[in-house]
Design a protein around this ligand. Structure first.
Ligand code: FMN
Length: 191
């Protein structure tokens, strides 16, 4: 029997959409037996939560896309990790990412790339989404998993005139999938 593993979901959300997506990631990760999951809003992070990140087997980063990149709230958190970066304290932890935007594309691939670069700078091991694209055939549906067709991480699109309660079912299921996948990978890596 391998030990209990810990997955942290570290996200920023200005208006609640990415927070709901983070909750779906958490739900997916919690489905994997032997996993403890922590949800951390990085703009309100406490010393105890920094300790949770330091001890985690995997950290799943999440951000909305603001002006084509991660939000300033997420970026502030990134810069606060520089002491840990200097000592490479998060080296070899698993990492993954999820992003949200108003437009179907909205340039959110760039936000995901920022998240994966951030993880690379910390020498973390990136876990991709592990899904083929959905909604890309004449017989396909917008309710397919991974309807937005990402590989690097999980993506969501939130209508600008609607709140988080109206988020698309496919995007939430895709977020759950990412949480589950990272938790499963953490179990495989646990020694
Ligand atoms: C300052 C700002 C900049 C934004 N820039 C983009 C953008 O570049 N592309 C896009 O598709 N949506 C953009 N949006 C829309 C947000 O990405 C979208 O509303 C997202 O769901 C917000 O997530 P949140 O509620 O977690 O903050 C922007 C929103 C704000 C407030």
């Amino acid at each position: 029997m391998s030990r209990e593993t810990t997955v942290a979901v570290a996200y920023h959300s200005g208006y609640g959409h990415t927070a709901r997506q983070a909750e779906a990631v958490r739900q997916g990760a919690e489905e994997v037996a032997g996993t403890t999951v922590h949800l951390i809003a990085v703009d309100e992070i406490t010393d105890e939560q920094w300790a949770v990140l330091d001890a985690a087997d995997a950290i799943i980063f999440g951000s909305p896309t603001y002006l084509g990149d991660v939000s300033a709230g997420f970026r502030t958190f990134v810069e606060k990790t520089s002491g840990r970066w200097m000592k490479q304290e998060w080296k070899d932890k698993l990492a993954a990412g999820f992003v949200n935007s108003g437009a179907k594309s909205g340039d959110k691939l760039h936000s995901l790339q920022s998240l994966s670069l951030f993880a690379a700078q910390h020498s973390m091991t990136w876990v991709n989404l592990g899904l083929l694209p959905g909604w890309n055939k004449s017989t396909a549906s917008e309710y397919d998993l991974n309807r937005l067709g990402f590989w690097l991480g999980a993506a969501a699109q939130s209508n600008g005139d609607q709140g988080a309660d109206a988020m698309h079912k496919s995007d939430l299921s895709t977020a759950e999938h990412l949480g589950r996948r990272v938790a499963e990978q953490a179990r495989r890596f646990a020694v």
